[in-house]
Write a protein that binds this ligand. Structure first.
Ligand SMILES: Nc1ncnc2c1ncn2[C@@H]1O[C@H](COP(=O)(O)OP(=O)(O)OP(=O)(O)O)[C@@H](O)[C@H]1O
Length: 363
């Protein structure tokens, strides 16, 4: 059997850290590479002293992996990423926001972190890309704000941050002291996007630890103020952002968006399972692109199938928050920077209903 990344990490869950927990639970395994039978990885300690204390754990990790079926060679290195106390960060010049510390590992936390002043953190995820997760996030944020909630929206979709376009903002957020980031406001929603924090031509290949550091900064360094809910537009699929968010922060719950199409539902199940594994309650399933009503003749077509997400919610005994139609005006509104939920269009109604259902279920 060829060893996989997953079964190596599983095996490493048994290797204890001298200060409690394991190498895996403390998130110290980096750069795990599996090439046929050859396995290489790094155990990254806080500082050189901690690295020395981990030598026995390194040997145990090596032996544990070497004992796995299919492993022919193992190489485990110990590194320390904080060789000397760092100088305090220089404030960014002239009110510029601090650069996201790409490459920085998240500051370790004991237990899950609350965000002061924020009553609820709600992750909006999907299994598959392109099912409308960002469209739903912006419209739901606006609809909740119209219902009287103070709402924040964090666009954490590093693969394609679309909230600046959908919410109609493009300004780089300011930071008078170079540390706290002042969020922007659009359509009654306080927002920040990972896209607004990066220079336009900055091509970044994000690795897990980089993402985690950047996400942690956006959650903790943005001056969110008092919020009834902070909605987080997650990248599609399951990955490091989901893992960091749900394991390091007290996430109230997750909403999962899917189209009724079978393939999208299959992926949505994976996202649901991942949230459940991370012990994050699923607050509801949302069906996007449920039905298409021809604006010319009024004919209704179930382009991606009918009622699939509702059925799935019933099957899994999870709340179903509603169906959202596929409509050209929803796309045009999003492309134009004014979510349809912020307008008087009849298409705002399903988002309003969804917002009311969510508020009800939270009270
Ligand atoms: N209900 C809808 N009616 C019409 N167009 C829609 C609807 N929902 C989403 N779209 C359009 O589909 C495209 C993809 O939507 P969106 O970016 O919200 O999806 P996503 O799941 O966030 O995608 P990604 O995987 O890129 O993050 C966008 O052009 C959006 O305007």
């Amino acid at each position: 059997m060829t060893p996989t990344r997953d079964n190596i990490l599983k095996a490493l869950e048994s290797v204890a850290h001298p200060d409690g927990g394991t190498l895996v639970s403390r998130d110290l395994i980096r750069a795990l590479v599996v090439e046929e039978g050859m396995v290489r990885f790094v155990i990254e300690a806080e500082d050189p002293a901690a690295a020395r204390a981990l030598e026995a754990a390194r040997k145990e990790a090596e032996a544990t992996v070497a004992a796995l079926e299919g492993v022919t060679r193992v190489s485990v290195a110990l590194t320390a990423h904080g060789p000397a106390p760092k100088a305090p960060p220089r404030p960014a010049p002239s009110g510029e926001p601090p650069a996201l510390k790409i490459g920085r590992h998240p500051t370790s936390q004991q237990g899950k972190q609350d965000l002061p002043g924020i009553k609820r953190i709600i992750a909006i995820g999907s299994g598959k890309g392109g099912v409308g997760k960002s469209t739903v996030s912006s419209n739901l944020a606006v609809a909740l704000a119209r219902e009287g909630w103070k709402v924040g929206l964090l666009d954490a979709d590093i693969y394609g941050p679309s909230q600046p376009r959908m919410m109609g903002v493009s300004k780089r957020p300011a930071s008078p002291d170079g540390k706290l980031i002042i969020p922007l406001e659009a359509h009654g929603v306080i927002m920040i996007s990972i896209g607004l924090m990066m220079k336009e031509d900055e091509a970044v290949i994000w690795r897990g630890p980089m993402l985690m550091g950047a996400l942690q900064q956006l959650l903790t360094q943005v001056q969110w103020g008092e919020l009834d809910a902070l909605l987080i537009d997650m990248p599609p699929g399951t990955g490091d952002i989901q893992l960091t968010l749900c394991s390091k922060f007290n996430v109230t719950g997750a909403l999962v968006v899917s189209t009724p199409q079978d393939v999208a539902l299959l992926d949505a199940r994976k996202a649901l399972r991942a949230f459940q594994t991370l012990k994050t309650p699923v607050l509801g399933l949302i069906e996007n692109m449920s039905t298409f009503i021809c604006p010319k003749c009024g004919h209704e077509e179930h382009v991606f199938g009918e009622g699939g997400v509702r059925k799935e919610a019933t099957r899994l005994e999870l709340p179903f928050l509603g169906e959202l139609p596929l409509a050209v005006d929803v796309r045009l509104a999003g492309d134009g920077g004014v979510p349809v939920a912020a307008t008087d269009s009849p298409l705002a109604a399903p988002y309003r209903r969804m917002a009311r259902r969510l508020i009800e279920s939270c009270s």
